[in-house]
Design a protein around this ligand. Structure first.
Ligand SMILES: [Zn+2]
Length: 154
């Protein structure tokens, strides 16, 4: 008999669960969310959890915090397969898949210092998705082609 090893993680009563994060992306997601020592909410991070027989994933659970879409706008850049579940009283009350938009608006920063989006003008950044895997984008203003990690870095 083959025993399937399951990683047991305590369920949270209330809060947000970020699941199906690309393996190894948890650090960047925590950075995006601004999680640090003073965050104030308990955060459970699971790296390299078994997703299926081939793939592994990272999982982040944040207790007593209900993430709004504008707090997770950058998540598609880091981990487009991610799902966000809102948990209330141990039940999933809403679940959404991040997915990859055709373009990112107002997310990240163009790495080109001469780009018009970097001149303190009141305009939002626009990045068009060139390829999905790897995620390559181009700036809507200067047409600079950038890797997704280049624009999500602050
Ligand atoms: Zn640009």
């Amino acid at each position: 008999m083959i025993e399937k090893k399951e990683i047991k993680v305590s369920k949270i009563r209330n809060g947000t669960v970020l699941d199906h994060l690309n393996e190894g992306s948890a650090y960047r997601v925590l950075e995006m969310l601004g999680v640090d020592n003073d965050y104030g909410n308990p955060v459970i991070v699971l790296m390299g959890a078994e997703s299926n027989s081939i793939e592994r994933k990272d999982v982040i659970k944040i207790e007593d915090k209900f993430l709004e879409p504008d707090e997770t706008g950058m998540l598609a850049l880091i981990s487009p397969n991610a799902t966000i579940s809102i948990i209330k009283n141990y039940n999933v009350v809403s679940k959404r898949k991040i997915g990859l938009p055709k373009k990112f608006i107002g997310v990240g920063q163009c790495p080109n210092p001469k780009c018009v989006s970097n001149q303190n003008e009141p305009i939002s950044t626009v990045f068009n998705v060139e390829t999905k895997d790897p995620l390559i984008l181009s700036c809507g203003f200067c047409e600079n082609v950038v890797d997704s990690s280049d624009i999500s870095a602050h």
